[in-house]
Design a protein around this ligand. Structure first.
Ligand SMILES: *[C@@H]1O[C@H](CO)[C@@H](O)[C@H](O)[C@H]1NC(C)=O
Ligand SMILES: *[C@@H]1O[C@H](CO)[C@@H](O)[C@H](O)[C@H]1NC(C)=O
Ligand SMILES: *[C@@H]1O[C@H](CO)[C@@H](O)[C@H](O)[C@H]1NC(C)=O
Ligand SMILES: *[C@@H]1O[C@H](CO)[C@@H](O)[C@H](O)[C@H]1NC(C)=O
Ligand SMILES: *[C@@H]1O[C@H](CO)[C@@H](O)[C@H](O)[C@H]1NC(C)=O
Ligand SMILES: *[C@@H]1O[C@H](CO)[C@@H](O)[C@H](O)[C@H]1NC(C)=O
Ligand SMILES: *[C@@H]1O[C@H](CO)[C@@H](O)[C@H](O)[C@H]1NC(C)=O
Ligand SMILES: *[C@@H]1O[C@H](CO)[C@@H](O)[C@H](O)[C@H]1NC(C)=O
Ligand SMILES: *[C@@H]1O[C@H](CO)[C@@H](O)[C@H](O)[C@H]1NC(C)=O
Ligand SMILES: *[C@@H]1O[C@H](CO)[C@@H](O)[C@H](O)[C@H]1NC(C)=O
Ligand SMILES: *[C@@H]1O[C@H](CO)[C@@H](O)[C@H](O)[C@H]1NC(C)=O
Ligand SMILES: *[C@@H]1O[C@H](CO)[C@@H](O)[C@H](O)[C@H]1NC(C)=O
Length: 802
């Protein structure tokens, strides 16, 4: 998804090899050493929308400073003002900001020692930061407000722990140190429908709840919190509403009044004021969160962080990240250390979501894990889940079980889901691909595969009433005509009647993945035949004589044959193949009622999408040579925007034309030029780490064709990469021979697997499950390795016979 209003024209992506300045001939990296290479601030401005705060891998509590600037991930490196510190977030989203409920805001004192002179409403209290004070590391975030109050934060799974350090002399006039901390019944998208809050005058505990809207979906969710304080005696307590406060009563509830419907909802909350802190001018604030109840929010906090021990909580978080990352081990060789930062930070960002809400699901009781913030699977199926399959199969399996459990209880698999709500579907039913990917990789025998198969069949066969949030629309036409007509007649369900081309090619691939599951034994062979047949439906919107020109018809691209709109009566419509590329009306194909026939991309781009049958696509587009020319043109002309996920696989499609060296060179044209270590270092929305997982897999040299047991081999960006499978304990090693840091030896000349010659340009998941050593010998010219027909990855028309 890339729905950000701040979109940037990519520059033309010509091949630019690395210029090497700082070389580090580092030794093997693993464990805690690698945390120094993680920079959570990458992508925190210009549309990356990365959450840079404190979190555990896949944790529910995610603490950071919230800003009034580009606040999708809470914080942004844009110099905007800080409005508070909140406990839950999503990362990299393109829609509205998510979560950010119940922020705290600290004052060292109120002017004239008068509580009423502190500012309570979010717009009034927003404070500049002191430039240069932000610190972001795995499990830790800190920043200092203009008032000289420093806020540090760390987390456990469901609890945020803040350490506020106050200045000896408050910046409030006529006052000595007497801190006040308020909690606000608000969230980042300003979606509160109702809320309740109370403060305990003895302990200072502030607890409450509210009903809010999800950021890219339908319905609502209830969230609860419980804030306790440590480090100072309680002075007084109270609540606030609008811009007034009082010490009585000790609780309030707010509902929508029906008149004020402004997005800046009625300020309301509670506060606790303290005497001067006992030590170091510090007060600790511990905030438990829960989707179940206030009582559970308090229990979460009390059990996870019983003694408010900031250092120990931080140390546990560091340990959790160290453990999570220690399945990967890199010997960098002669490369710039910034490449290591890009790599490890990418993996880190891909490990923030989906979020583990097991035990926190109020919607149904189950012994299965419950994960949320699949935000969105349209973004994550291509690289996040395949990356997790390699580096954390244990979590990946829990996520799959959770997806199947969502199907059991909601009746459909999600394509997007956040905050307990159904999120918007952007194209196909992509959970089908995630499930097929795990099935063909034989990831787990503990997954309930019969139910998984039932779930994907439901996507393929049963149109839901609202296919904007689950399943597929247009299934009647899909089954009878073999494509989604641009003027579809679909009285069976509702959803945006747009994206007929991109939905057609995505549904075709979803069906291909279902066929793989059937063929693997989950269904009868007749199912495999049926879905393999439907997998070719992309051909039905392919118009062979469609040409493409650029620049108002002044430039002939020279390529013929593109996906085009097609009507119910089988005649053709027209959408300029370049439309919705960066070269023509780039932003006209978003998910709204005015969208067009290709989602967030052009027909030029979608004409490359037949990942199940690349052999047939290449033949359709005129054979390998023309295909390579067309793919080069896509990348070099500016038609491709690498900041949206559909662009990932086209970097590596050269493999299918027998030119794996071109994939390797192409990956290096984008990394690090457009994926780098700066705060703007992500070309589009990170989308829960999708961009991060793309760079990680590309730099490991093992890009997946998701849904299939296929990894396309390119030389890693490091001398050697080792991946230990946490389930089997085996290690897969990929080693570059003749590695010069990527200066010129970027082409594989020959390869061996466990000492024997290996000529295929792809490898299956058994390599990772069972372990092995893949040695790639590099040279400066594109070699013959992996170019033969028998070396190519499988395709439906050439390799799958049912
Ligand atoms: C802090 O940085 C922002 C830009 O990020 C700038 O606008 C502001 O002037 C700086 N403030 C100070 C005090 O330097
Ligand atoms: C920030 O703090 C300084 C000194 O503490 C003060 O002079 C300045 O007015 C403050 N800036 C804002 C925007 O509040
Ligand atoms: C957090 O939850 C995960 C399960 O998702 C669990 O494995 C881990 O031990 C928990 N971490 C801590 C610090 O409790
Ligand atoms: C601080 O106290 C002085 C003396 O009473 C008073 O003149 C001044 O207005 C006070 N400052 C503020 C901000 O109220
Ligand atoms: C929210 O808290 C109020 C007051 O404590 C309580 O009455 C109400 O039931 C809670 N709401 C929900 C949805 O739990
Ligand atoms: C926490 O760690 C910091 C440095 O890491 C140290 O200065 C401080 O004394 C520690 N605090 C406690 C309470 O252990
Ligand atoms: C789950 O079980 C708990 C405890 O038995 C019960 O209070 C709750 O209502 C159940 N929730 C659902 C959604 O069935
Ligand atoms: C497309 O271009 C080819 C060659 O330039 C030309 O022969 C053909 O007529 C064109 N087709 C259409 C539909 O314009
Ligand atoms: C194409 O035509 C439009 C409208 O006539 C004009 O605004 C635009 O600048 C032209 N673009 C090019 C690349 O010539
Ligand atoms: C087919 O349908 C399209 C769209 O409704 C319409 O414009 C066109 O005239 C129809 N063509 C025929 C031959 O019926
Ligand atoms: C494409 O963009 C141009 C200029 O920005 C605008 O006039 C035109 O309406 C757009 N076309 C569509 C179909 O959105
Ligand atoms: C870093 O990446 C961003 C986003 O792709 C790009 O705009 C910028 O030019 C890159 N910066 C450098 C120094 O390469």
């Amino acid at each position: 998804m890339a729905r950000s209003s701040t979109r940037y024209k990519p520059r033309l992506a010509f091949l630019t090899f690395l210029s090497l300045t700082f070389l580090s001939f580092g030794s093997a990296q693993s464990g805690s050493d690698i945390l120094q290479y993680i920079d959570p601030l990458i992508g925190t401005v210009n549309g990356g929308h990365v959450f840079p705060g404190a979190t555990l891998p896949f944790g529910m509590a995610k603490a950071v400073a919230d800003v009034n600037g580009e606040d999708q991930g809470g914080y942004a490196s844009d110099g905007s003002d800080i409005t508070g510190f909140s406990h839950m977030h999503d990362s990299g989203t393109g829609g509205s900001p998510s979560l950010g409920n119940f922020p705290l805001f600290p004052y060292a004192a109120c002017p004239n020692d008068d509580v009423d002179q502190c500012k309570f409403p979010i717009a009034d209290r927003a404070s500049p930061r002191i430039n240069g004070t932000v610190q972001a590391h795995p499990g830790y975030f800190a920043i200092t407000l203009n008032s000289s109050v420093q806020a540090e934060m760390t987390v456990s799974n469901h609890t945020a722990l803040y350490r506020f350090t106050f200045p000896e002399t408050p910046d409030a006039e006529n006052a000595t140190l007497s801190p006040l901390i308020l909690a606000d019944l608000i969230d980042l998208p300003r979606s509160r429908m109702n809320g309740a809050i109370s403060v305990d005058p003895t302990t200072g505990r502030i607890a409450g709840n509210g009903t809010f809207s999800p950021s890219f979906g339908i319905g609502s969710y209830e969230l609860h919190f419980c804030a306790d304080f440590s480090g100072a005696a309680i002075r007084d307590t109270g609540v606030f509403i609008n811009n007034r406060e009082g010490t009585e009563p000790k609780d309030l509830t707010v509902v929508a009044d029906g008149i004020d419907t402004s997005p800046e909802i009625l300020p309301a909350g509670a506060w606790t004021r303290f005497h001067a802190p006992k030590q170091n001018n510090q007060i600790l604030a511990r905030v438990g969160v829960s989707f179940i109840s206030v009582a559970q929010a308090c229990t979460n906090a009390e059990t996870e962080i019983p003694t408010f021990d900031f250092n120990a909580t931080h140390a546990s978080a560091v340990q959790a990240w160290t453990n999570h990352l220690n399945t990967i081990n890199v010997t960098p060789g002669p490369v710039n250390s910034s490449l290591q930062t890009i790599f490890w930070s990418g993996i880190y960002r891909a490990s923030i979501s989906p979020q583990d809400y097991t035990g926190e699901n109020p919607l149904w009781n189950s012994t299965e894990p419950y994960y949320d913030s699949y935000y969105c699977i349209w973004d994550s199926f291509r690289s996040i889940h395949p990356l997790l399959t390699l580096i954390d199969p244990v979590s990946q399996i829990r996520m799959l079980r959770s997806l199947i459990d969502i199907y059991r209880h909601e009746g459909k698999l999600p394509d997007c889901r956040m905050s307990l709500c159904k999120g918007f579907t952007q194209g196909g039913s992509n959970a089908d691909i995630v499930l097929a990917d795990a099935f063909v990789k034989n990831l787990s025998t503990t997954i309930d595969w019969p139910t998984a198969y039932e779930a994907v069949l439901s996507d393929a066969e049963l149109e839901p009433k609202n296919w904007a949030v689950e399943g597929r629309g247009g299934l009647h036409s899909w089954k009878t005509l073999g494509y989604i007509p641009t003027d579809d007649f679909d009285p069976y369900g509702v959803g945006p009647f747009t994206r007929s081309i991109s939905r057609t090619v995505e549904y075709a691939y979803d069906d291909f993945c279902i066929a793989l599951m059937a063929r693997g034994g989950l269904g009868p062979l007749s199912d495999a035949a049926k879905y393999f047949a439907r997998a070719s439906n992309w051909r039905n919107m392919f118009r062979a004589d469609q040409n493409s020109t650029l620049d108002n018809g002044t430039v002939e691209t020279g390529f013929a044959g593109f996906l085009q709109p097609r009507f119910l009566n089988q005649t053709w419509g027209f959408q300029d193949p370049a439309f919705c590329s960066p070269l023509l009306n780039f932003t006209s194909c978003y998910l709204n009622p005015d969208g067009h026939e290709t989602y967030e991309g052009s027909a030029w781009l979608y004409s490359f999408f037949a990942p199940g049958d690349m052999a047939a696509l290449i033949a359709t587009l005129g054979g390998p040579e023309t295909f390579v020319q067309r793919l080069d043109y896509l990348h070099d002309s500016g038609l491709l925007y690498i900041g949206d996920e559909q662009a990932f696989l086209p970097v590596f499609l050269y493999h299918y034309a027998g030119r794996p060296g071109l994939s390797a060179a192409r990956a290096r044209s984008y990394i690090p030029a457009l994926f780098n270590t700066t705060t703007v270092g992500i070309p589009g929305n990170d989308d829960s780490g999708a961009m991060g997982s793309f760079v990680a897999l590309a730099m490991m040299g093992l890009f997946p064709n998701p849904g299939q047991d296929v990894y396309l081999i390119t030389p890693p960006f490091f001398e050697e990469v080792r991946i230990r499978n946490a389930v089997t304990g085996r290690t897969a090693t990929v080693r570059n021979e003749g590695f010069d840091g990527g200066r010129s030896n970027v082409f594989v000349q020959s390869a061996t697997l466990d000492g024997r010659p290996y000529t295929r340009n792809w490898i299956g998941h058994a390599f990772f499950r069972d372990g092995g050593v893949l040695v790639l010998t590099l040279g400066r010219e594109e070699g013959m390795w992996g170019t033969g027909e028998e070396d190519l990855p499988p395709s439906l028309s050439t390799d799958y016979h049912t």
